[in-house]
Design a protein around this ligand. Structure first.
Ligand code: NAG
Ligand code: NAG
Ligand code: NAG
Length: 587
């Protein structure tokens, strides 16, 4: 028999199979054998039972939700088209068959729900006159332009060209399937479009009213094209811009509806005071102090306190926002913004700076049970009176044992408060022990204090530390991730790393509908009040928390490799938004 002649190979295969079985068994045990969760580990003495820890419930719920969503997976065109009609109330766009075929050829996991983001982003644009839309799109400063199946860049935006090229290349990969289209691209870090609540509601309602399933006989697959636009040269459409002389929050808050807590709330007048945290904070989006609903947890309209707990809402590096609807494409945005999301350009580069390259770091058991963070002091313009309100600065301060030790003595720090024992009763690290623990557990610091302004004065509070390349960071089990000037751009790299990302953010991204918190990553509140209690649960050496963290790390990696690939990013961008249809399946 063949394998007798090549025993090493056979042995290797057996070993491989064995490990897969072992891994499966471990996962099955983790989820189905509550014994693991009942073992009182040395770090969780009686009184802190792991088996009814709120995180356990959140993890089980997450897994259930994920499985339910996956039941809606489509593997053939007819099912996909039917699900499209059910969910969108329209026929799929022309070319849907080719698009779906491409998805199947690249083994994409197709669930219609994963595209909710796009339809939500596009909804108000349906309500604009096509003429207005086309004109605003084609005349923008920077446009990825598709004509006759070829993509080209139009416009000049200086040193941002690298990002734009990355987007152009992505579009180029499937341009042959696209109708003529102009994709105006936001070339700034910050998101730009803030249509006030009343205006956006009018547009969204109009779209809802006009949405209909066109009679099959009337459906066409012919696009009108953009010939007319191309023949008339037009000046760049410049809406009215809000600039740096205005408070960003005061412009942004106009997008918050009358039923949201932030409605009409102004920016705080004096930012020189310590950051103010909501007291006895038990928001409806959290379960016993831990995030349950990520969509709500990233929404500043639901959390007016974030206006003074996040740099983007205090003083962004650049402010150029408009209340008018321009169909701008961008890599991330606040839930308040109206850009159309496409995968962030940094996710399209192979540069190891963002991704860590193809290396995923060592296996879980060989990683250090420690946390690491490196990055810039970005997130906005830190000023002497306001720096302590910034999210990155809060994170670094909370992971600094000197600062925490002082907070333990004095009750709080400029940047943070210690978590409340009333909200987190099972929290094992009592006051006075946290700073000692952080000394050996956390290694976090800025590689550059201020990327934009001169700010030596920040040296009183933070030390510039030696940078650690991304792939070396993957030797640590815990990787916190907070926003920079907008999204941090490392999330995908972290997800693919087999370390476990802990994420706090107020930004939405293209992949939000396909990632499940507590299954693929650990969600954190933007106040970071849950940071220590979450680490307390997961960083228990080799106890049940560690198994849970490993489970999230590994399922996050598998899932990212299955659904956050370049092929998937391509499918997401390829959205023909015309009221034309594909009906071959029901003709
Ligand atoms: C999560 O929060 C969003 C925003 O508030 C809300 O629309 C949604 O219904 C919530 N989801 C669940 C499952 O409660
Ligand atoms: C928004 O709506 C108000 C009336 O509610 C109107 O005066 C204003 O012009 C609208 N703004 C834009 C940008 O359309
Ligand atoms: C930690 O905090 C102390 C006291 O504020 C500060 O001097 C030190 O530079 C901080 N360390 C880092 C890595 O930022």
């Amino acid at each position: 028999m063949a394998y007798l002649r090549s025993p090493p190979l056979f042995v290797l295969k057996c070993v491989g199979v064995f490990f897969i079985l072992l891994f499966l068994a471990a996962n099955v045990a983790l989820w189905h054998d509550t014994q693991y969760w009942n073992v009182p580990s040395v770090h969780h003495p009686a009184g802190a039972p792991t088996h009814n820890h709120p995180i356990r419930k959140l993890m089980l719920d997450a897994r259930k939700r994920h499985e339910e969503t996956l039941l809606k997976r489509s593997t053939d065109l007819n099912t996909a088209a039917r699900r499209y009609r059910e969910r969108r109330g329209r026929h799929p766009p022309p070319g849907f068959d080719r698009w779906f075929q491409a998805a199947m050829e690249t083994d994409a996991i197709h669930v219609e729900d994963y595209f909710d983001r796009i339809y939500k982003d596009l909804a108000p644009y349906w309500a604009l006159e096509p003429e207005v839309l086309k004109r605003r799109a084609s005349s923008w400063h920077f446009v990825v332009r598709v004509r006759g199946g070829t993509a080209t860049m139009k416009g000049d935006v200086g040193d941002r060209v690298l990002w734009l090229e990355l987007w152009n290349t992505l579009v180029e990969e499937f341009a042959e399937h696209l109708p003529d289209v102009d994709m105006p691209i936001n070339y700034m870090d910050e998101s730009r479009i803030l249509v006030p609540f009343n205006n956006i509601t009018t547009l969204v309602d109009k779209e809802k009213k006009e949405r209909k399933m066109v009679d099959v006989k009337e459906v066409t697959t012919e696009f009108k094209g953009l010939k007319e636009i191309d023949e008339t040269s037009s000046e760049t459409y410049e809406p009215e811009w809000h600039g740096p002389d205005e408070q960003y929050w005061d412009v942004a808050v106009k997008t918050c509806g009358p039923n949201t807590p932030a409605h009409g709330v102004k920016q705080v007048a004096d930012l020189s005071q310590p950051s103010e945290f909501p007291q006895n904070y038990r928001p409806s989006y959290a379960y016993k102090g831990f995030i349950q609903n990520w969509t709500a947890a990233i929404d500043p309209c639901l959390q007016p306190h974030l206006r003074q707990l996040h740099g983007s809402l205090i003083e962004p590096v650049s402010i150029r926002s408009t209340e008018e609807l321009i169909p701008l494409f961008g890599g991330s945005k606040l839930p308040m913004n109206n850009e159309i999301l496409i995968p962030g350009a940094m996710y399209l580069t192979d540069r190891e700076f963002y991704s860590g390259g193809e290396s995923h770091g060592p296996t879980w058991v060989r990683k250090k049970t420690q946390l690491v963070w490196r990055g810039m002091g970005s997130g906005g313009r830190t000023k002497p009176h306001s720096w302590h309100h910034f999210q990155r600065h809060r994170l670094i301060d909370m992971l600094n044992s000197t600062s925490v030790s002082r907070a333990e003595a004095e009750g709080r720090a400029m940047t943070f408060e210690l978590p409340s024992h009333e909200i987190y009763p099972d929290y094992r690290i009592k006051d006075g022990q946290l700073s000692e623990w952080l000394k050996t557990f956390a290694d976090a610091g800025f590689g550059l204090l201020c990327p934009y302004d001169e700010c030596d004065w920040l040296g009183t509070y933070f030390k510039v530390v030696k940078s650690i390349p991304m792939k070396k960071q993957y030797q640590y089990k815990f990787l916190p991730d907070v926003d920079g000037n907008s999204f941090s751009a490392r999330f995908r790299g972290f997800l693919r790393s087999t370390s476990v990302p802990l994420k706090a953010s107020i930004y939405t991204e293209w992949h939000d509908d396909r990632l499940v918190p507590w299954l693929h990553f650990i969600p954190l509140d933007n106040t970071l009040q849950d940071l220590f209690p979450a680490l307390d649960f997961f960083a228990d050496g080799d106890g049940p928390g560690d198994m849970a963290a490993r489970f999230i790390a590994e399922s996050g990696k598998d899932w990212a490799e299955a659904t956050l690939r370049r092929e998937d990013m391509r499918l997401v961008c390829d959205e023909n938004r015309h009221n034309l249809g594909f009906v071959d399946d029901i003709k």
